[in-house]
Design a protein around this ligand. Structure first.
Ligand SMILES: Nc1nc2c(ncn2[C@@H]2O[C@H](COP(=O)(O)OP(=O)(O)O)[C@@H](O)[C@H]2O)c(=O)[nH]1
Ligand SMILES: [Mg+2]
Ligand SMILES: [Zn+2]
Length: 290
């Protein structure tokens, strides 16, 4: 589906020539791309894709190292998590924000469903990420609390909303834009997992330059283009300490004179983020390199 500058939409097809060797749509055209079109008989055909100014990718599911481009040309990645149902998953949040960092795209954190938990717990999460330099929003898509501040942070730019299925991404977009009517599903009360009610990424433009992209939920998120030895670059709050470690190849674990670990002990870096870095690094060491 192509969205025109005047706000109208139309279906278009992507010819095999643009699809590369595998002939699947794959990464050839993704949400956020700007395309050239030509009419062909009674339909529109995509004849070209403009160069992308950035891409937000993940490692595709499966053992093979393959890139999946989630979206192109985005101004910020809004990581949506929930305080409960499903519970906050730091590992997924840190993977997604690290991937945004790697792609040079500003990240932002949303902790939704504050009505279902203790607001103090949400405050602790927001503080962890605040120390990392990420703006954080604690809100409730259901009753609208905190939504206005997020809307202000999304005006006049293109925001990509990502997060686990069921955290309330579609509900949040509906709260941000009156009358949008995106499909929001319910969480399975037994597993706490959301049903996949958003099956494709979808860009909406409620006002000039104000663009929001809803995506299907990620159950897992594999990093793309980040190896165990450059993972520290994906944690912005580590950066000012990296040159100060005693060893040039410091893993920021138990090495003597590690400035990152000392910053974590001293509170300048959140100990929770440091722990998640070490866990994520171990996971990357076990993966087939990309
Ligand atoms: N209690 C509560 N439920 C919410 C809130 N936001 C969304 N939900 C519910 O969470 C479920 C999943 O929402 P949905 O928007 O489909 O999540 P998505 O998979 O991330 O798009 C739905 O049943 C929503 O009604 C909230 O702030 N509070
Ligand atoms: Mg959804
Ligand atoms: Zn170190």
């Amino acid at each position: 589906v192509v969205l025109f500058d005047d706000g109208t939409e139309a279906d278009a097809t992507v010819p095999g020539a643009l699809r590369g060797r595998t002939k699947t749509l794959g990464n050839a055209v993704v949400v956020g791309d700007r395309v050239a079109l030509e009419p062909d008989a009674d339909r529109l055909v995509v004849t070209g894709v403009e160069p992308r100014r950035n891409t937000f990718s993940r490692r595709a599911a499966g053992r093979q190292a393959r890139e999946q481009v989630v979206a192109a040309n985005v101004d910020q990645v809004v990581l949506v998590a929930s305080l409960a149902e499903p519970e906050f998953k730091a590992g997924l949040a840190d993977r997604i924000l690290g991937q945004a960092e790697h792609s040079g795209i500003p990240g932002r954190l949303v902790v939704n469903k504050v009505d279902l938990g203790d607001p103090a717990d949400a405050g602790v999460i927001a503080d962890d990420y605040g120390r990392a330099g990420y703006p954080a929003h604690v809100l409730c898509a259901r009753n609208g609390e905190g939504v206005e501040a997020l809307r202000h942070a999304c005006l006049a730019r293109r925001s990509l909303f990502v997060g686990h299925s069921g955290v309330g991404k579609s509900s949040l977009l509906n709260a941000l834009v009156k009358g949008l009517g995106l499909m929001a599903g319910s969480v399975n009360p037994k597993t706490g997992k959301g049903r996949h009610t958003t099956t494709a990424a979808w860009l909406v433009r409620p006002g000039p330059g104000f663009e929001l992209i809803d995506t299907p939920g990620f159950r897992a998120f594999g990093l793309w283009g980040i190896g165990p030895d450059d993972l520290d670059q994906a944690y912005p709050e580590f950066r000012r300490f990296l040159g100060a470690c005693r060893f040039g190849d410091c893993r920021h674990d138990r090495e003597p004179g590690c400035a990152v670990r000392e910053a974590s002990e001293g509170g300048a870096v959140s100990p929770r983020r440091h722990a998640s870095f070490l866990k994520l690094r171990r996971e990357l060491l076990e993966e087939v390199p990309s």
